[in-house]
Design a protein around this ligand. Sequence first.
Ligand code: SF4
Ligand code: SF4
Length: 402
Amino acid sequence: MTADLQFYRRAVRWGATLLFFAVPFVRLNDESLLRFDIETLRLFFFGKAIWIEDFFLILLFIFALTFLFISVTQLFGRVWCGWLCPQTLIVDFTRKMDRKKQTMLSRAEGHIFTAVFSILISACMIWYFISPYDFITDLAGLRLGSVTLWFWGVLSVITYINFAFFRHGFCTTVCPYAKLQGIMFDAHTMAITMHPERRDECIKCLACVKTCPTGIDIRQGFSQGCINCAECIQACGRVMAKKGKTSLIGYVYGLENKPKFFRANVLITAGLFLVFTVLFSVRLLFSDPFGFEVYPASKIMPREQGGRIINAFDVRLTNRTGSEMNIRLSLEEAEGYEIQPERRFELGSGESVRKEIYIVLPEAAFGKYPVRTFNLKAETEGDNPASVLAEAGFRKPIGRKK
Ligand code: SF4
Ligand code: SF4
């Protein structure tokens, strides 16, 4: 079982790394599965496009992720560090760098591998902000923009320095998550440590200490420097196997190794995770396919012409879908009105237009009032029309007799 642990860690490491590289390439509705497009300030999220105007949606997503992270840490400690954290995964991939006794050639090989890996990882990080298809096409055609090139270069150098020299030192000194875990742990949180009831069986061979990449003696109890790599479990398991026993070190729930999953703090954070996930999902699923905003055109005053009142508005329409759409404007519950210069708009995928329109109303539409509010309706054309309403305030020119 202890040997299997590293096999599973290796499998998860490969799976997570392949997923990390694949996600920007996988397309749904013509866009990456998950990517924040820096050019159009849109988050592509599993076939949906979230605009920067809908930033609160991104905020809901971040809150959901944060509470998921906290509740998982409260339950299972630093399981993230040992199994999924990119820092640990890449340090594991570049293990050659850790060998103390090696030839100059072997050391140079390690540095070359780490440098190439850093360049690739940095490119992949950029693909979460710039389409990887555009990036690769531009790179092949030597057209990659200078800002992107510089950013890629700087990111590659930082990544290389981190993985060639800092390695696990990053986890024990810089990583904010490592620093914060103290406030997330409680008396029942799972951690890698010695099974409390088997302390007397230790033969003090120090195999667990020698194998630890962060230099911890886990027999002394839980340590903040532990990255949950599970190497000590395996090392002790090998020693104990010779005595027909299992590892003295393992995943232990609190001081008494008694799992207790339903605890007030976990229920609160897991509950908040569920609330934010539901809010985010509902808002995302039922979000309008296009954005529609209407503002009075402040520079153009209402005017009267031949018994009709003209008001000007700034209209902004944004196509949030992956296909073209035609949108028509109309005024709800109003008769004899005109929209000039046009009431029909053609928008390509992701396109946003801002237009000034004039709405001409018969004076009778105001009745005895100087102001009136109507709903301006934007409706898509096609088999399944979708519509969005926006309030538009109309007023007669100032100084007119009512
Ligand atoms: S004590 Fe060391 S070897 Fe054991 S899990 Fe923690 S970091 Fe890994
Ligand atoms: S490897 Fe196991 S037996 Fe050896 S010192 Fe560590 S805990 Fe004790």
